[in-house]
Design a protein around this ligand. Structure first.
Ligand code: FES
Length: 118
């Protein structure tokens, strides 16, 4: 189980209690997308944890929705760069990622607060 500093993030519901089965039943390595805060984010499951990341490769901006996820990495379909699902690191670049939690029967995604705490 990953440790998350809850107070460092602003949390948004991405799947309500009626929709949570979409995430509950997500197969390992399969990628789904959700649209939130004016952008597409991808979600996948690895080792029974849910990971969320921006649907935009940090190399040249390709969509990662049709990527392959294996061995804890999301592999971009364009130039095959792999990015670690936990850290976002890969090829000297960082894939923007977001924590996901199940709370109050809903899935929430965390957006890091800025230095002023907003
Ligand atoms: S666009 Fe993703 S690796 Fe180049």
């Amino acid at each position: 189980m990953k440790e998350i500093e809850i107070n460092k993030y602003n949390w948004e519901v991405i799947y309500t209690s009626e929709e949570r089965s979409i995430v509950d039943n997500l197969a390992e390595g399969k990628i789904i997308r959700c649209f939130i805060e004016d952008e597409w984010l991808c979600l996948t499951k690895y080792d029974d944890e849910i990971y969320a990341f921006k649907d935009k490769c940090p190399h040249a901006g390709a969509s990662l929705f049709r990527s392959e996820c294996k061995d804890g990495k999301v592999v971009c379909p364009i130039h095959r760069y792999g990015f670690d699902l936990k850290t976002g690191r890969g090829h000297g670049l960082y894939l923007e990622n977001y924590p996901v939690i199940l709370h109050d029967d809903k899935y929430w995604i965390g957006f890091k607060k800025n230095f002023l705490g907003f």
